[in-house]
Design a protein around this ligand. Sequence first.
Ligand code: GLA
Length: 384
Amino acid sequence: MICETPPMGWNSWNTFGREINEKMIKEMADAMVDTGLLDCGYNYLVIDDCWAERQRDADGKLVPDRQKFPNGMKAVADYVHQKGLKFGIYSCAGMITCAGYPASFEHEFVDAQTFAQWGIDFLKYDYCFKPGSVSGDVLYKRMGAALANCGRDILFSACSCGKDETKKWIKTTGANMWRSTEDIYDTWTSLRELAMLADQSIKYSGKNCFFDMDMLIVGMYGNGNVGLTGCTDTEYKTHFSLWALLGSPLMIGCDIRNMNDATKKILMNKDVIAINQDKAYNQPYSVAEPLSFSDDYKNEWPIYVKLLENGDFAIGMFNFTDDPTNMYCCNLKLDLLGLSESTGKTLLLTDLWNGEQTKVKNGLHIVEIAPHDCRLYRAKVVDR
Ligand code: GLA
């Protein structure tokens, strides 16, 4: 399975946790199509943990929970496929899954075969209850080999939460994406924490093996399994902008049957999605100056830049500080993007959230950004 751009879709965990069933999953499939999410590129519908019976059958195969999925998984897969979507499921490299259900350790090939028979297109593969006797890379290599030999294209989504230096070995396993951090929660603190860690993983992300900053909390407003306090729309916009710009997979986690307008506007901003899905997948880089503060502060105002396939730049400027009086003055120096004065070129910035255009003068773009807010631009190279 070759994956050219970061996967996009919806996953049951953030909102539903254990409360999953066939009816709800079918409603989600309907919603992905009816809301226009599929048209925006969100094409994977993924069932997370807690879908299985506690015991394997007499042949050692996984069995879908008979109450939650009375017609089995193939029936759900057929429904999802007939909607034009792809269907994902969850297992774990350890003895049991994170929520205590049977996992794939020492059953890798039989499980991959079962998933292929059901019509699965995506496997999220967790790392809980890992046996001490086998190293993480070998566990993921086992499932990578099993999937590559199961006779069906199944996207391999590794979820070892960055543990055991995942980034150093994950590309050897056949994984198409890999979780770089612990779980996200629907709070600003959680968002901020994951955002601050991104810098460490960017250079280990690339085509066919994307680093995954975890599923989106946009539109949850404190509801559901990882709900907690919830965030503001500005914070959700900042979250989506950063995930999109850095090339993380975009897996929605809110209840898409009841999205409000603000949530739709964020998740379905096609210009922002285009930045995420840019075919070149050039590595984003940071051009934030440490200012006059200590080094500890520099990542709270990251500026990330990515050169796009058509020669434009994607530029995100963020204020992750908390003090409401701190209207950070963000300085973007074009020199650091390769657009020195000697080139005779500058940038025409288009703000992807409000459409405003600005031509950069004298090689410097200065903008005030309130705490928790951001600017995300697509910038065209033009004459000075
Ligand atoms: C781990 C993963 C989550 C989710 C749960 C399910 O915590 O990181 O994304 O899949 O397991 O139990």
